[in-house]
Design a protein. Structure first.
Length: 259
């Protein structure tokens, strides 16, 4: 799942450093469109640090609707590998809605997201509530699974409802189209041995005529060794003929555009 709403921190920064607009300038500046789309090509898809495409490229995209009141809705999609826990499925479809508001340099974001994986058998999905806050270029967001986390139950049949994820991030605009970003996250996988782990990312971006180029180093401490016995985050490829550590460190390259 991508960062599915524009971080309020970025909006707060732009407000804090801009001079007050005159009435003529305000009238000449059109409001942002309520509906935007996005498309990205990435060298691989990492969700909370875990490989979702077995190291293969991902094509991703969606749309967002933002009302002037602060309420928003959106959808985002990506190809995935069946071996990442989606038997019979090869696409992820995220549907989300919420409310965000800026208070000067501070921001608030609350909402709900549903992850669907059409064609999976048995059916796989995920449902999470989230609440986030931001200050200038810093942000934090907390996710809470309202049902079994990605339809997983413990080996003894216990529910994984209540699994949580904490996302801490920094996104800093260097000017001239350059930006840097960093992230630390932690998954607390309820009732799953070897399921809990931390992930991190550090990277940079460059805007070229509206196309955003990105490169990031992604790593985790997830239990993904594929030696016998294989650990929890050792995933097979689509055909089940090979296995690999899904939480291994890597460089992810991407190019995307919002329109």
């Amino acid at each position: 799942m991508r960062k599915f709403v524009l971080p309020l921190a970025l909006a707060a920064v732009s407000v804090s450093v801009s001079a007050p607009a005159t009435a003529q300038q305000a009238a000449a500046t059109p409001p942002p469109p309520p509906v935007t789309g996005n498309v990205t090509l990435a060298s691989e898809y990492r969700f909370r640090g875990i490989d979702q495409t077995y190291g293969n490229p991902a094509i991703q995209g969606g749309f967002d609707y933002a009302h002037a009141s602060g309420f928003y809705l959106g959808n985002w999609n990506s190809n995935v590998s069946q071996g990442a826990g989606y038997p019979g499925g090869n696409i992820e479809m995220d549907f989300y809605g919420g409310y965000k508001h800026a208070f000067g340099d501070f921001g608030l974001d609350v909402g709900y997201i549903y992850y669907a994986y059409p064609g999976t058998d048995p059916k796989v999905n995920n449902k999470e509530l989230y609440v986030g806050g931001s200050w200038k270029f810093l942000s934090a967001k907390y996710f809470y699974a309202t049902d079994d986390y990605f339809s997983v139950k413990s080996p003894t049949g216990q529910s994984t409802k209540g699994t949580t994820y904490l996302d801490l991030a920094a996104n800093y605009d260097l000017g001239n189209g350059w930006g840097v970003n960093a992230h630390y996250g932690h998954t607390n996988f309820k009732h799953i041995s070897q399921g809990s782990y931390s992930d991190w990312k550090i990277g940079g971006t460059k805007d070229l005529a509206g196309w955003l180029l990105g490169a990031a180093y992604v790593g985790t401490n997830a239990k993904g060794s594929c030696s016998t016995p294989a650990e929890f985050y050792c995933f097979p490829n689509t055909n089940g003929t090979k296995v690999r550590d899904a939480g291994r460190s890597t460089i992810v390259l991407s190019v995307g555009k919002t329109f």
